[in-house]
Design a protein around this ligand. Structure first.
Ligand code: TYD
Length: 138
């Protein structure tokens, strides 16, 4: 049985892409193109070589993580299973559901990580200690 907050319920979304010879546009029209109602957008940039980010889980927050420029790896862990997803195109987004430990690493030079989030920022929603995460999952 797959537990509800399993990595197997985190998928790479194929975001819409409007292509023309002068370049591409990806536009997200609310729930039409997206798995949840958007409450917050933020982006990580100027990430020094060799740095990693994340290293936490969320109790309720869902996110879609997009490499809008460059590339990086996202490792996701549900306390039982773990896998790494490489993101390198602006029209792919990794949907990370609540209760998943994530780490972002291997940022290419100039990479920009766009995060589309279901909730506004709330430190109480974070689990920053891996042991606490495992206890939360039980
Ligand atoms: P954090 O989510 O821990 O970063 P990452 O997982 O990418 O390593 O956030 C780093 C700091 O930024 C932390 O002090 C909280 C702050 N922050 C906000 O104030 N608002 C936000 O929307 C986010 C994502 C972070």
């Amino acid at each position: 049985m797959i537990q509800k907050s399993s990595i197997f319920n985190c998928s790479v979304l194929d975001l819409p892409k409007i292509h023309n010879r002068a370049g591409n546009i990806t536009a997200l029209n609310g729930m039409l193109d997206f798995p949840f109602e958007l409450k917050r957008v933020y982006y990580l940039y100027d990430i020094p070589g060799g740095e990693s980010r994340g290293g936490h889980a969320h109790r309720n927050l869902q996110q879609v993580i997009v490499a809008v420029s460059g590339s990086f790896d996202v490792s996701i862990d549900d306390g039982i299973n773990r896998k790494t997803v490489s993101l390198n195109r602006p029209n792919y987004g990794l949907h990370v559901i609540p209760g998943i430990w994530r780490e972002l690493s291997n940022f290419s030079s100039g990479a920009i990580c766009l995060v589309l989030a279901s909730l506004v920022y709330d430190e109480k929603d974070y689990i920053r200690d891996y042991k606490e995460f495992i206890d939360f999952k039980i």
